[in-house]
Design a protein around this ligand. Structure first.
Ligand SMILES: [Fe+2]
Ligand SMILES: [Fe+2]
Length: 147
């Protein structure tokens, strides 16, 4: 496997979720929608955990950019609240639309602000971080329980 950097790994997750949201929108029936919603919630939950446990602390240590990290954490909290409602709700369409919008905004911040700064930061080993993110992701995916 070629070595990838942490930003690429995280953005691959973002792209996957973008595809799943598009599939959700064109899903033919409620059971397919609910299946896709569960998958989106799992992907986002695991993604948020690996960012919070591994990527954001490393980014903060290297850049001291607490404004961007605090904003990101608030956006994660909003997403988690919506995910909790989606995972135990049945009228999920409006919640999924809100989640998609919130995630689009959050991903844009990471893509256009945080990741470029991370790539320029001295003292961030993005290849080593990618390996840590990947290991933790596998572990969380294997043990995932919806809320
Ligand atoms: Fe992210
Ligand atoms: Fe994030």
């Amino acid at each position: 496997m070629t070595q990838q950097d942490a930003c690429t790994l995280l953005d691959t997750d973002h792209q996957k979720v973008e595809r799943l949201f598009a599939e959700y929108q064109s899903a033919p029936n409620a059971s397919k929608k609910s299946q896709l919603a569960q998958k989106i919630c799992m992907e986002l939950t695991v993604h948020a955990i690996i960012e919070e446990e591994i990527f954001y602390p490393a980014y903060l240590a290297a850049t001291r950019d607490d404004t961007l990290v605090e904003e990101a954490q608030e956006e994660h909290q909003q997403a988690k609240d919506l995910i909790a409602e989606i995972e135990d709700g049945d009228k999920i369409d409006p919640l999924m639309a809100r989640l998609q919008k919130a995630i689009e905004h959050h991903v844009k911040d990471e893509r256009t602000e945080m990741f470029p700064k991370a790539r320029k930061a001295a003292g961030m080993d993005l290849v080593a971080l990618a390996a840590q993110l990947e290991t933790r992701k596998q572990e969380l995916m294997a043990n995932y329980q919806p809320v």
